[in-house]
Design a protein around this ligand. Structure first.
Ligand code: 5RP
Length: 293
């Protein structure tokens, strides 16, 4: 036991050093509670303020789509290179080992298949289960202009309310219906509605024209989905343009896991997102990593 008599008075209060009170590094999220910000810091790298999310939640309405037939074989080898995994609770529990310590963004809406009207979704996970699985954010699809627009917006606001109770952020995913024009005007509308109604960050699609007006008019961070598989160089150009025009990263699926060399591709995407590497340099990296096997 410590000898109390021998204690010396050595306290130092550093009176000349004011306590630091830094603003949180993600835009529009300064007023959140500690738990929310800590979870967001597990998704967005604090050094770069950006994220590479690996999306493989497509099965929740598409089933075993190309590249996702065996998530244990094809996707888990990519996981160490992602900042966060975006998936469903079914895949989390059945495939991802609990010893995996990177952050998880869990798909929390569902209820329709690709054979039916997709916007007819509901919240499909209890908040208690999200807490149980220690997720860093919950994702919900929002169908602005879609048949069940209101229902999907209310799904989002309910999830924001539930998550706020426990410090879990909500990612709003802007889903574009088959008949809708994918342009900056539409995405400004969709992303802003999600942010105004409380989403903590928003996934949207990149558009060639005026994308910077989408990121500028959205008060919280935006990440872009990759969309359909395109040539690797084109996907890297899209990621480069998006982050240079204000996106806080990517939530990319098919353009990584359907690539001929998925590990090389995710490393190349990382270099664009976290190191501001040009698409051409990142593509060279992709090619050399692919050659090395
Ligand atoms: C499915 C999703 C996907 O996570 C999202 O579309 C990203 O994947 P991809 O890059 O393949 O488009 O939200 O609804």
């Amino acid at each position: 036991m410590a000898d109390l008599d021998a204690l010396k008075e050595t306290k130092e209060y550093y009176l000349d050093i004011p306590q630091k009170s830094d603003a949180f590094y993600l835009k529009g999220l300064n007023a959140l509670d500690w738990g929310m910000q800590n979870r967001l810091a597990r998704i967005f790298n604090p050094k770069t303020g950006r994220t590479v999310m690996l999306a493989f939640d497509h099965g929740y309405f598409q089933g075993a789509t190309t590249g996702l037939e065996r998530i244990d074989v094809k996707i888990m080898p990519l996981a160490p290179y992602a900042d966060t995994l975006m998936l469903t609770r079914g895949i989390l529990r059945s495939i991802v080992p609990p010893s995996f310590t990177q952050s998880i963004v869990m798909r929390a809406s569902g209820g329709t298949s690709m054979l039916k009207e997709l916007s007819n979704e509901e919240i499909a996970v209890d908040i208690e289960d999200s807490i149980r699985m220690n997720v860093s954010a919950m994702a919900v699809q929002v169908f602005i202009g879609g048949e069940h627009e209101k229902q999907s917006i209310i799904n989002m606001t309910k999830l924001v309310d539930q998550g706020t109770r426990y410090g879990i952020p909500t990612l709003a995913v802007t889903a574009v219906g088959k008949d809708m024009v994918r342009d900056a005007r539409y995405f400004r509308l969709a992303t802003r509605i999600c942010a105004e109604l409380g989403a903590h960050y928003i996934k949207t699609y990149y558009v060639e024209k005026d994308f910077e007006t989408v990121t500028a008019s959205c008060p919280v961070p935006i990440v872009i989905a990759g969309g359909k598989k395109i040539a690797e160089l084109d996907a890297l150009k899209m990621a480069y343009n998006a982050v240079q025009q204000g996106a806080a990263g990517v939530d990319m699926g098919r353009n990584i896991f359907q690539s001929e060399a998925p590990v090389a591709m995710i490393k190349a995407v990382r270099s664009v997102v976290h190191e501001n590497e040009t698409a051409e340099n990142a593509f060279e990296l992709y090619r050399s990593l692919k050659e090395q096997g």
